[in-house]
Each structure stands twice: as structure tokens, then as C-alpha cells.
Design a protein around this ligand. Structure first.
Ligand SMILES: [Zn+2]
Ligand SMILES: [Zn+2]
Length: 344
């Protein structure tokens, strides 16, 4: 009697074997969705600077091997048990918010964004650097038809972070909003700020991005190498909000004096170095410094809808999944314009 060999359905994945290890392209069995989960056929996955956490093992408790990726766009391939709100074939994405526990004090107050046990795709479970991934339904984001997969993917981390931070910043249409850094986050921040009706001052180092910043919607370009950017902002009346996207605590510290009365330094560029500020700087003009992290899948849907309505789009470079290591190095080099996206 012939023995039945278990049917395996292989797929390709780019995994990190151990903290600090190099990317490996491996064949894996297509995973099965459990109860309350779906299987996603991944079409595109953005590479985010936060993928360093998985690559280098900088997040406590990561299990290896691990597939990074939290800017995922694709279609639902299979529904797990007890999934009723989503359909097979539906276009969905998964961003930084990969699931909440629904029981912690933040969740009990409906503040899922700040869940104490937040799950993050590519950290808590395998993410989107693979042809198929499993995600819980509370992480799913519906993608509108007019957005392609490669356009939608970066909006699920870089996009939502800038858009959600700005719309909760307290700035009103017509206010001066400065965007520090013209990179992966900043090039989206300028567009979202412009389409939100703010007067946008883009702050870059050197003259080379001036033309691009204007094209993206900045009405003023400030070269922080050639001028004192804080003084330039004061000449314009002082910024209501400075969205600090470039991961340089020194550059952020130098901008605080550019805030107007009740102005806010809104920090989304992640670094470990301290920001330097004196109490006098904060007391004078009642200034504040606030950090902001991403948002929920519902916030992501708002971000995609706003992008659809206003034409905000990420600028991307695409690489095939097999070149994940090269694509990751390109992201790290800081030379990509501006988001690197893997295609499956
Ligand atoms: Zn990210
Ligand atoms: Zn929670």
C-alpha cells in the first residue's frame, strides 16, 4: 500500500534566523489561519526603519526565526473559524497595530492604540516579508480599490503615523506646521499637512530637497544647514506644530525655539538619544513636546481614505522578495526615495 505523503504547499519567506543574522530566503509551508484569523496572500510589504528591531533583536522577547514586516498589502486567501466580517478575495492590509488584548486598562478605555500587550506583525508573529501570512481580524485594514498594493503598504505605517499625529495635533487649517526631515516619513508628512490645509514649512539639511518639498506641498523650504531654522520659523510667526520625522534628537532640540505660543513639537522620528530642552523654553509660550505612535486599523482606514480623496501617495522603490536583504540595506542607507517596498 502506498504511503500518503503529507501534501506540503511551499511558499517563499525572507526570515531572520537569529538576532543580528542576515536575511535567509527559505521555503515554508503555507500557514493555516486559526479561529479569529485570516490567511493573507501578500502582494506587497513595505520595509520600515523599525524592522531593525527584528533584524537586530532589539525588541524584548522576539522568537527566531522571525519574518519581519508590518506594512502589508494583499488579499484574503482563507478565513479561519469564527470570522464573519471579512470575505475571501477581499483586499486587506496589516500595519504596526497587529492586535490588542482587549483586557488591559488602555483597551478597557477603548484606547487600543496604547494597548499594553500590543501585538506587532514581524515582531510578535511572522509579518509580511513572505508570500502568505496569518493575521488576527482585529489587525485588518480594508484597502480601497483606487490604491494599488505597493502604494497602500507604506501608508499602513509611515502614512498612518504622520497623518494620525497631524490630525490629533490641535493645529487648525491655516496654521503654520513645520515638517522636519524629508525622508520616508517626512515626504508623506508634507503631503498630509498640505492637504489638511496647513501652511507647510519643510525643513531639510542642504538645498537639494527644496524643489521636491515644494512639489509635495510645502510653501516654504528651510535649509537648516545654511540658516537657523528656529529663527526662520519665528520670522513666519512661529510654528503651531513641528512634526519631527528625522531620527536626530540634536536636530529636534534645535527647533524647539521655532515654536509659536502653545506650539507643539510632535515627535515621530524614533531615536534613543535625549532631546535637550530647558524648562524656560517650555514655559515661555506654554510649549509642549509630545510623542506619537501609529494608530489602530480604523485609523489606517481613515489614512487610506484621506489619501484616496486627496491624492497623497508614497514615493517608492520596489524590490522582489528574493532581494529582501538588498532592499533592507537600501532602506538603512537612507538613500532610498523614499519607501522601499517588497513585491511577492
Ligand atoms: Zn513601521
Ligand atoms: Zn490592551
Amino acid at each position: 500500500m502506498a504511503t500518503m505523503k503529507a501534501a506540503i504547499a511551499p511558499m517563499k519567506a525572507a526570515q531572520i534566523p537569529k538576532p543580528g543574522g542576515d536575511f535567509e530566503i527559505v521555503e515554508r509551508e503555507i500557514p493555516k489561519p486559526g479561529a479569529g484569523q485570516v490567511l493573507i496572500k501578500v502582494q506587497a510589504c513595505g520595509i520600515c526603519h523599525s524592522d531593525v528591531l527584528t533584524k537586530e533583536g532589539a525588541w524584548p522577547g522576539i522568537q527566531y526565526p522571525r519574518v519581519p514586516g508590518h506594512e502589508v498589502a494583499g488579499t484574503i486567501d482563507e478565513l479561519g473559524a469564527n470570522v464573519s466580517e471579512w470575505k475571501k478575495g477581499q483586499r486587506v492590509g496589516v500595519g504596526w497595530h497587529g492586535g490588542q488584548d482587549n483586557t488591559c486598562p488602555s483597551c478597557r478605555r477603548g484606547d487600543f492604540r496604547n494597548c499594553r500587550n500590543l501585538k506587532i506583525p514581524g515582531i510578535s508573529y511572522d509579518g509580511g516579508y513572505q508570500q502568505y501570512m496569518v493575521a488576527p481580524v482585529e489587525a485588518l485594514v480594508a484597502i480601497p480599490e483606487s490604491l494599488s498594493d505597493v502604494e497602500a503598504a507604506p501608508l499602513l505605517c509611515a502614512g498612518i503615523t504622520t497623518y494620525n499625529a497631524l490630525r490629533h495635533s490641535g493645529a487648525l487649517p491655516g496654521d503654520l506646521v513645520a515638517v522636519q526631515g524629508i525622508g520616508g516619513l517626512g515626504h508623506l508628512g508634507i503631503q498630509f499637512a498640505n492637504k489638511s490645509g496647513y501652511k507647510v514649512a519643510a525643513i531639510g539639511r542642504g538645498p537639494e530637497n527644496a524643489g521636491l518639498a515644494k512639489k509635495l506641498g510645502a510653501s516654504v523650504y528651510i535649509d537648516s544647514k545654511a540658516t537657523n531654522a528656529a529663527e526662520e520659523l519665528q520670522k513666519l510667526g512661529g510654528a503651531q506644530v513641528i512634526l519631527a520625522t528625522a531620527p536626530s534628537s540634536k536636530a529636534m532640540s534645535e527647533l524647539i525655539n521655532g515654536l509659536g505660543p502653545n506650539g507643539k513639537l510632535l515627535v515621530i522620528g524614533a531615536t534613543f538619544d535625549p532631546i535637550e530642552v530647558s524648562p524656560i523654553q517650555l514655559i515661555t509660550g506654554s510649549r509642549t513636546i509630545q510623542g506619537w505612535a501609529s494608530g489602530t486599523p480604523a485609523d489606517s482606514e481613515d489614512t487610506l481614505r484621506f489619501a484616496e480623496l486627496t491624492g497623497v501617495r508614497p514615493m517608492i522603490e520596489t524590490y522582489p522578495l528574493e532581494k529582501a536583504g538588498e532592499a533592507y540595506a537600501r532602506m538603512l542607507s537612507g538613500k532610498a526615495e523614499f519607501r522601499v517596498v517588497l513585491t511577492m
